[in-house]
Design a protein around this ligand. Sequence first.
Ligand code: NAD
Length: 448
Amino acid sequence: MTGLQTSLVERIREKHAHIGVIGLGYVGLPLAVEFARAGFDVTGFDVDEDKVRQVNAGRSYIPDVSQDELGHVVTQGRFRATIDFSELSHVDVVDICVPTPLRKTKDPDLSFVVQALDVVAANLRKGQLVILESTTYPGTTDEVALPVLRATGLEVERDFFLAFSPERVDPGNKTYTTSNIPKIVGGYGAASTEAASVLYSQVVSNVVPVSSTRVAEMVKLLENTFRAVNIGLVNEIAQMCDKLDIDVWEVIDAAKTKPFGFMPFYPGPGLGGHCIPIDPFYLSWKARQTGFECRFIELAGHVNAAMPEYVVERVATALNARRKAVNGSRVHLFGMAYKKDVGDVRESPALDILDHLLRRGATLSYSDPYVPSIKHGDQLFEHVEPADALHRGTDCFVICTDHSIFDWKPIVDSGVPIVDTRNALRAFRSPTIVSLSGRTRGAPPDAA
Ligand SMILES: NC(=O)c1ccc[n+]([C@@H]2O[C@H](COP(=O)([O-])OP(=O)(O)OC[C@H]3O[C@@H](n4cnc5c(N)ncnc54)[C@H](O)[C@@H]3O)[C@@H](O)[C@H]2O)c1
């Protein structure tokens, strides 16, 4: 170990290390607050001036970070944000949490990571630890980050330290948060792995070191590919159950009583969010560079991407049963966010469902208290209170996202057909309910 590494590790252990977090979004803001709560001085860097202003005013824009928590560390002077990246030269640790989207061609878009690396390199000094947290393909840290940092003339493991540590946070999850989700850490070498492991062990209860940055990058992609493929499988099973006239939800509930060898995944209107629909394509892109074709990823991608149209077909069937066409009908969506109890609409399948229904001539409205408005082309849609949605002459409701806040009883009692893509109405019996596996859920025998 070099003297530089020893003194960095000591500074971290004594909480004297100054931490910089680049990218104050869903991942970076909770992480920065966690470091500040642990007693570190933290500076957040973002290109978005509005976010920087809000942080410095102690106002949280991320549901997983409470106003109290943020306000407390800002008032204490432990955490502040800036758009001045030259301040990176003052920090001991740089944590990069910028977006890693896909291009239209489904190729990785590392432009945000490269921009962040350029400013890190411009301010790199001896003794700093640089960690990439953004989800990306195996090899990014070695092949993309390292050359940019080495071009400064400083050498990794001798002058500075470099690691990859994937963020595994699950927005909206109250049980597992930044502090109790085990943290995978893979350094360029032993000194980098140790420094990054010591850092995270100050704020995370379980740190899992792995042998390289590539392994750490691959861990994250395996996890999210596992989800994408299994959701694809269960979405296909749901369509199969429709043909076989079987309630897919009942099948899953019974199958999950097996105490080993089965893990439940649930069908739905399609994949959403910043991770599951995107990350597997980072892996398939990288594998293709070696001539390897990822058939599972591609197949799951096809099945999952087709789910919004499948839902629209269910809507057409529900309307048809009432001698109505999609064209000219009023359809109201419950939930625009991609998952329960969050306000994130990135890649949300509800947006695709809205788009398909508009193209087929329906008139659309929606309720989602977490999403005040959405823009679709030139059209602006605004959240409608669920109670008001009942008095708009709606022809069909679609449950896209089952936020806990929704009260389903008046909606079921309205007698309007409801396409339930989430099994939100499992407790109700009514012939107006159309589940994803196609069966209407009629009245129970005792109510007949
Ligand atoms: N959101 C999740 O649930 C989640 C979970 C695990 C991993 N990840 C991964 O974490 C990374 C960040 O995701 P996120 O959801 O926090 O994204 P986000 O869009 O919520 O936040 C990213 C932030 O980075 C800022 N930014 C963009 N370019 C910048 C630059 N050059 N310099 C400084 N700031 C810049 C943006 O303004 C934004 O505030 C992605 O790679 C994502 O795949 C996300």
